[in-house]
Write a protein that binds this ligand. Sequence first.
Ligand SMILES: Nc1ncnc2c1ncn2[C@@H]1O[C@H](COP(=O)(O)OP(=O)(O)O)[C@@H](O)[C@H]1O
Ligand SMILES: [Mg+2]
Length: 581
Amino acid sequence: MNVIWRVSAYLFRYRVLFVLTLVLAVGMTLLAIAVPRVIQWIFNDMIAAGDYRDLWLGVALMVALYAGRELCNCFRIRINNTVEQKVLLDLRGDLHDKLLHLPVGFYDRRKSGEIASRVIEDVQAVERALLDGTEQGLTAVLMIVGIITMLFMMEPMLAWLVIAPMPVLLVLGWLHARATRRYWKTVREAAGELNSLLVEDIQGNRLIHSFALKDRERRRFREQAERLRDRTLKAMFRWSLHSPASNFISSLGTVAVVGMGGYLMISADHFKLGDVVAFFFYAAMLYEPIGRINNLNHMLAAAAASGRRVFEILDHPLDVQSPPDPKPFPSDPLLEARFENISFAYPDRDEVIEELDLTLPAGRMTALVGHTGAGKSTIANLLLRYYDVTQGAVRINGIDVREMDLTDLRRQIGYVAQDPFLFDGTVEENLRLARPDASLDEIEGALRGACAWEFVAQLPGGIAASIGEKGIRLSMGEKQRLTIARVLLKNPRMVILDEATASVDTATERGIQEALDNLMRDRTLLVIAHRLSTVRKADQIVVLDHGRIVERGDHTQLCESGGPYAALWRYQHDFIPERVN
Ligand SMILES: Nc1ncnc2c1ncn2[C@@H]1O[C@H](COP(=O)(O)OP(=O)(O)O)[C@@H](O)[C@H]1O
Ligand SMILES: [Mg+2]
């Protein structure tokens, strides 16, 4: 319920429009309730009296009531939808904003499809329930109360008979809603499983071919599809009981009008044909809102669940965020980074970095090597403040990264991540992310520097070629070169390359190396690499193992000392000869 209040706050911004839809909905209801009274009047005072002079007046009044009702409806729909879309936009905007600000760690533990469905579907469900729920609940109650009042004003005895089925209908509806909810839940589960099976079959298409798994997959699919069919039928059969039963009970109300109404007409003077007809109309209008009220309950429960998923994101703490009063990023021409006695653990994991001290000297190249899982990428993440250290501090020119503005920090550091990410769009658009105002010459220069110019020139359209979602139309090595070009174009004072050339061949890598040597002169460079030939020329090589530094020095020193680096170098040198310069 708390959740419902919070969505109400969004609705409250458009309170004038919101109240207007309610007023219109109430107006519609009142007009609808008025119609049978006019019919009663026509029958009793004109037809029964054999006086048709005023008949046209009664008919015109009915037309006016119906027209008025639908006019209200027209405006109600428009205003209702306007409020709905405005609230949706606000909520989605806030969610998206929050998603942009959430720390990297938030995404480690969630599926992207699931987050997307919160922004698109859950937002809609919660907002709909609130807006339509209020409107429908209000009009249903008003309708029921209004009609019952009318009935009692006209003839209490018959009124009792007409409302007698109501409690039964309410209870039946409630029972049905409760039962079907359980059934539909199993249907949704079965549909979900069929869905993931299908996705697996599509994605694992090659595997299915290569292992000749067609029969197995066909069987699995059929079983799952049959389960879905059986459960759906079961849920639908419930309706086959509920719908006729409640229709039958409502009909009893109508039967009562005919029977009792007829009896009253004959036995009592004051009860006339017009009264029976009006009762008829009211009885028909009375039972429909009961269904709506039963629905409401279900709608609110679903909305509360959706709302919780929405607010879980909105309320997620921003554990990594800019301080309220950030220090300016150092303006010195050269940057030096220091990791001072840092430790770090991912949430619910053991420490991956333990009491590590490391300096990236200004204007120098530092190489970080070590086995996979040693914590190399983690160190890059800590420098960019994707995560905060659990102990110690990371400083750039003496300023703690936690004291800087986050955007500022990340704008000043060029970062080529281990898994290159490109947006759906053209080569040029992706490069311009680094510097929107770059000239075409500068873009070409960056592409050449990253040894990407040749392959880009061969793409259909050159730099205007569209590269597909996540750059799917490019090979891994090509994607890596584009991300390097992007950093070259950005031209920052500090650069991190995380296995940036792992997927390019040796010749290309050497080309990139040269470009980096030229362009990155007088820049602080952190290169993470698996292939030692890449880092040979580094001013400082740091060997990391299980989050600790086990060795540091330059290539010659480390080779001479005969430690882990020397062993690794010999290993790569001897067994992968083509990879060594
Ligand atoms: N987002 C994450 N959440 C939890 N654990 C992680 C995450 N990223 C990396 N790790 C763990 O931290 C350790 C170091 O990872 P990483 O720094 O990526 O190693 P490297 O880059 O040296 O291969 C690994 O054991 C890995 O399983
Ligand atoms: Mg890594």
